[in-house]
Design a protein around this ligand. Structure first.
Ligand code: GMT
Length: 375
């Protein structure tokens, strides 16, 4: 099929899922058109099967806010016509589902009908979309999508609870390419980060409030009191500065490495012993899944969709949001000896295998066919 994909091209999970999905679909013979304001960060290679079309928003001084939705919907109209795109898949409802609906209506006036598949990712529902300033438009555009999917059962329940949605919501969990990850990864440069006797703890996120970055630091503070350890913090965001200050205050600055954004998280996860994800809310927790496939057990909160991914006492442990003491003691339980650690590492990988790309991508293909037939 010829499939258009709209997403945020940055480091967020929704953009990563959209990009990995597009690349997997191209490998399965589909023609993929990414339509977004920048080339997605994980999109390494363009080819005959993968195209990228940039949405430009010219600056005009009259506008206090430049109208991205307008530019996007116009670009969608042009690209759908030019490349005969058969299905449009938008990731993250705001403003993508809205712009897609506008494009669809414009195309209908020209006798073209293109189905819209909207995938809800999390904050578009639980944080941003739920704001009264956006809610009517978000509700409208979800209801106007031809097919709606969500990345977890928990997000589906939240959507039904928070919005008046008439559409059926299909749960299609996020996925991982298990074959890409293996411990035989030849470039695993552990020695660069820590000495042999140190445990390596990792956190990867966009450092927003919802990630509870101070909890990450405080859990690590408890760990390093009991055993030699390093904390690797990957990502950028508004909480980073405060996190650095907290490390300084706790006098653990030497043991915490802030790496900034990385495109190659597997190169960091390959030498990590434990992953921390104490988020306030998380519709899925793709970062945890990426850790698990790299044999890194996860200490997480038990909120949102995380329990659908991380299994308590198997791939790691889950506790209530903010329960730093339990998270710390569970982390120590896993880290205290090599035999236990290796058992959890293996179990984390086994759990991640359930989300293998080969099981999930065909579910999207079925959805596209259904959406196309509906038109
Ligand atoms: O976590 C974020 O703040 C980024 C956000 C995004 O839209 O990229 O992530 C959301 O979508 C990911 C992919 O489906 C999920 O794995 C994350 O759990 C979800 N984040 C939240 O719900 C906070």
């Amino acid at each position: 099929m010829r499939i258009g994909i709209v997403c945020y091209p940055t480091f967020g999970g929704s953009g990563v899922v959209a990009t990995e999905l597009g690349m997997a679909l191209a490998n399965r013979g589909h023609e993929i058109h990414f339509i977004t304001y920048k080339q997605p960060v994980r999109l390494a290679l363009l080819s005959g099967k993968i195209h990228f079309h940039e949405v430009n928003v010219p600056e005009y001084p009259l506008f206090h806010y430049q109208p991205y939705e307008l530019a996007l919907s116009s670009k969608l109209v042009d690209m759908i016509k030019l490349y005969k795109i058969e299905v449009l898949h938008v990731h993250y409802a705001i403003p993508h589902a809205y712009a897609a609906y506008m494009a669809k209506k414009m195309l209908q006036t020209q006798g073209i009908d293109v189905p819209i598949v909207t995938t809800l990712h999390g904050t578009d529902i639980t944080l941003v979309g739920n704001h009264p300033f956006y809610k009517p438009a978000v509700t409208f555009s979800i209801n106007k999508s031809d097919v709606v999917t969500s990345v977890s059962q928990s997000l589906k329940d939240d959507t039904k609870r928070l919005f008046d949605i008439k559409r059926k919501i299909h749960v299609i969990p996020n996925f991982i390419d298990v074959s890409k990850y293996s411990r035989s990864f030849t470039d695993c440069q552990r020695a660069m980060m820590a000495s042999d006797n140190e445990r390596i703890i990792t956190h990867i996120s966009n450092f927003r409030k919802v990630k509870r970055i101070p909890d990450v630091i405080n859990i690590f503070y408890g760990i390093q009191k009991e055993m030699p350890a390093k904390l690797i913090m990957v990502g950028e965001g508004p909480e980073r500065e405060g996190a650095e200050a907290l490390c300084d205050q706790l006098d653990i600055g030497e043991k915490v490495i802030f790496l900034g954004n990385s495109n190659e998280v597997d190169k960091i996860l390959c030498f990590s012993d434990l992953f921390l994800l104490p988020s306030e809310t998380e519709s899925f927790g793709l970062a945890a899944l990426e850790a698990m496939v790299n044999e890194v057990p996860v200490i997480s909160s038990n909120t949102g969709g995380i329990p659908e991914v991380n299994k308590d006492g198997y791939s790691g442990f889950l506790s209530n949001v903010g329960d730093v003491a339990t998270m710390t003691s569970n982390a120590l339980k896993i880290l205290k000896d090599d035999v236990i650690l290796n058992t959890y590492k293996k179990q984390a990988h086994d759990q991640a295998r359930k989300f293998d790309i080969n099981n999930i991508v065909p579910l999207y293909e079925e959805i596209y066919e259904k959406a196309y037939e509906k038109i």
